[in-house]
Ligand binder design. Structure first.
Ligand SMILES: CC(C)(COP(=O)(O)OP(=O)(O)OC[C@H]1O[C@@H](n2cnc3c(N)ncnc32)[C@H](O)[C@@H]1OP(=O)(O)O)[C@@H](O)C(=O)NCCC(=O)NCCS
Length: 171
């Protein structure tokens, strides 16, 4: 059955969602829609194109401010906080993992980051990988470690130029 990506709504069946990480399941089931409504974060759901719209993956974006800029030629000496987008959550149900749903969701998040850059500016998409296992997943799309955050848990970012390349390839 085809999978579509839509902004979270009451119509999405989220009860059985299980990505293997309870915190990420609970967020989708109990918090994501309310946070959407209150403009605290924005969640997009991958669901089966069926009347029940069973959710099989999701990602959540928030605004982000970079106080210590990444060690990147355009920003190292810039004195002010920089606008960015945070990939706050990304998860795929265990029954759909390794079927490119995670990639589709990530590309969708990257495309939205480019749209943000066109409206209010952003230096890129940032993520805190939840576990070391997931770092290679992000690295393969061009995410770089944020060197300035060394020692404070790994943060990664996808510079806006790379986001634009992915956006153009997805058109
Ligand atoms: C990480 C996750 C989102 C990946 O989604 P997915 O749908 O299984 O991944 P895809 O099928 O789209 O994989 C795309 C590519 O990434 C690779 N990949 C997937 N998970 C990976 C991982 N953990 N490490 C390295 N590569 C990974 C796939 O092998 C595939 O590579 P290929 O092009 O060489 O075939 C999913 O496994 C998940 O939800 N995990 C649990 C929650 C989690 O850890 N979320 C991340 C929070 S920061």
């Amino acid at each position: 059955m085809p999978v579509i990506i839509e902004e979270i709504s009451r119509s999405h069946d989220r009860k059985a969602f299980n990505c293997g990480i309870p915190e990420l399941n609970q967020f989708l089931q109990q918090q994501a829609r309310q946070k959407n409504k209150k403009q605290l974060s924005k969640t997009w759901v991958a669901c089966f194109d069926s009347p029940s719209k069973t959710s099989t993956g999701y990602y959540t974006l928030t605004g982000y401010t970079v106080i210590t800029p990444p060690e990147y030629k355009d920003y190292t000496r810039y004195p002010h906080p920089l606008n960015a987008v945070k990939l706050a959550r990304l998860a795929v149900d265990v029954t759909s993992q390794e079927k490119r749903v995670g990639e589709r969701l990530l590309v969708d998040a990257v495309c939205r980051t480019v749209l943000v850059s066109e409206q209010i500016s952003t230096i890129g998409l940032f993520v805190d990988p939840m576990t070391p296992d997931v770092i290679p997943f992000y690295r393969q799309y061009g995410f770089l470690p944020v060197e300035s955050k060394k020692g404070a848990g790994l943060e990664m970012w996808l510079p806006i130029k790379t986001c634009e390349e992915i956006f153009n390839a997805a058109l």
